[in-house]
Ligand binder design. Structure first.
Ligand SMILES: [Zn+2]
Length: 436
């Protein structure tokens, strides 16, 4: 049920105490061993010994992705080469790659964090874990692999690709738990079905641990149904560790943060002031045990909220909600924060439309005007005006209920909205400059 019961169910007061001690250690490690931090702290006029309470942490400067890029390759390492066991790096698709080093202890902690998720889906040393994340500099494959080994599972390192073989191994070797990206899980499920199997009935698989890319609730449901599994959402990012920073228990209402290894703050993305538990904002992480690359107040740009209510599973570590998006994607419409992912969630719940859409913003008088363009499925009777109007009204009402602001819905014929080979352009912002 638990992988490390004494830690996962530690009384909250003890956990707070542990976090306080470990934040202090992280600040000292950063200040003493990384010239970048020393300079940052000195400029902000703070020293590690100024930290005594969680509030004191707010006096310490943030770390942003650009700092990590600027420090390429070894500028943020707090350990010499002889103590570095492994290097991972982000893909660098949007700029200079970021390089992160791990000591042997860092790697052990990572395996433990991921193994807690394996326990959350009912896994044990008896389980067979198939890792269909890519192996390499990307943290997915080796992160999940370390979790499986820490738990004592039989690990099958298939990596990604060669999907028919994945399916065959999953069936023949009796895979219990699959770990990969959600989109790949769906592809594996569809491939199995095409090959004539019903994985929900014919395969032994009972759980999946999926992360590393955004996934709507509808897609999660589809994956769970097709594979017949418990879906565990895993959060992690290569800068902070990799998969396992937070993992979803069987209660399915949030991801338990590994709070003995990470301290999380949620900040208002505009003012950078902390928000109360339960309110949405940007997730900021301070690592608590990391030796090689300690991170102090790393701004993840991911938007979530803290769920601090006790969890029925018995774990005392607080949870984060499923990510709503990234602050880079957030739109402020008539003073309300809106994420394209919220609109997508509504649209994908309607069978009559396809998941291609565009959000067109303009200025009408002093206000933002929001138009959501959606396409019908090819079978929809597009020339039946009453049916079209009914669909439009239902979509508009659902969107208003979800976003708390009124939007116009424009329904267009199939294949009208431009498709893109890479990242889809979901938002067209024609607002006057002052309103953006
Ligand atoms: Zn729980």
């Amino acid at each position: 049920m638990y992988f490390q019961p004494e830690i996962e169910t530690m009384p909250r007061e003890e956990l707070f105490q542990l976090q306080l001690e470990r934040i202090g250690e992280t600040l000292r490690n950063a200040y003493e061993n990384v010239p970048f931090y020393r300079q940052q702290f000195d400029e902000a006029g703070v020293r590690p010994e100024d930290f005594r309470s969680f509030e004191d942490l707010q006096r310490f400067p943030f770390l942003v992705k650009q700092d990590m890029r600027d420090a390429y390759p070894y500028g943020l390492f707090a350990r010499p080469n002889k103590d570095v066991a492994r290097i991972h790096a982000s893909s660098g698709t949007t700029g200079q790659a970021t390089v992160v080093g791990h000591t042997a202890a860092d790697l052990r902690n990572w395996g433990d964090c991921f193994a807690r998720g394996i326990a959350m889906v009912g896994g044990s040393a008896d389980s067979t874990l198939q890792v269909s994340y890519g192996y390499g500099l990307f943290t997915g494959g080796l992160g999940a692999h370390a979790g499986g080994e820490a738990m004592g599972c039989t690990v099958i390192p298939t990596s990604s690709g060669n999907t028919k073989r994945q399916v065959q191994m999953m069936r023949d070797l009796g895979t219990d738990i699959l770990a990969c990206t959600p989109s790949y899980a769906l592809f594996i499920a569809d491939t199995a079905i095409e090959m004539g199997y019903d994985p929900a009935k014919d395969f032994k698989i009972s759980a999946g641990i999926f992360g590393a890319e955004p996934c709507s609730q509808n897609m999660r449901d589809e994956i769970s149904e097709k594979l017949g599994i418990q879906y565990c959402d895993v959060y992690g990012l290569s800068e902070v560790m990799g998969p396992g920073v937070a993992m979803e228990c069987a209660e399915r209402n949030g991801l338990h943060i590994a709070e003995d290894h990470f301290y999380c703050e949620i900040l208002d993305p505009d003012t950078l002031a902390p928000v109360p538990d339960g309110e949405w904002g940007e997730l900021v992480i301070t690592t608590l045990t990391r030796e090689c690359c300690p991170l102090v107040r790393y701004r993840t740009r991911d938007v979530t909220r803290i769920i601090s209510e006790p969890c029925a599973c018995g774990r005392t570590h607080r949870k984060i909600d499923k990510l709503r998006g990234r602050t880079d994607d957030m739109l402020i419409l008539r003073g309300v924060n809106v994420f394209p992912s919220q609109i997508e969630q509504v649209i994908t719940s309607f069978e009559e439309v396809v998941p291609h859409y565009q959000i067109v913003l303009s200025t009408r008088g002093p206000l933002d005007h929001i138009e959501v363009q959606v396409e019908t499925v090819p079978e929809f009777p597009f020339d039946e005006v009453r049916k079209l109007e009914d669909l439009r009204k239902r979509l508009a009402a659902e969107l208003k209920g979800n976003l708390q602001i009124a939007v116009d819905v424009k329904i267009v014929e199939p294949k009208t909205i431009a498709r893109s080979e890479g990242k889809a352009k979901r938002v067209v912002d024609n607002r006057e400059a002052g309103n953006r």
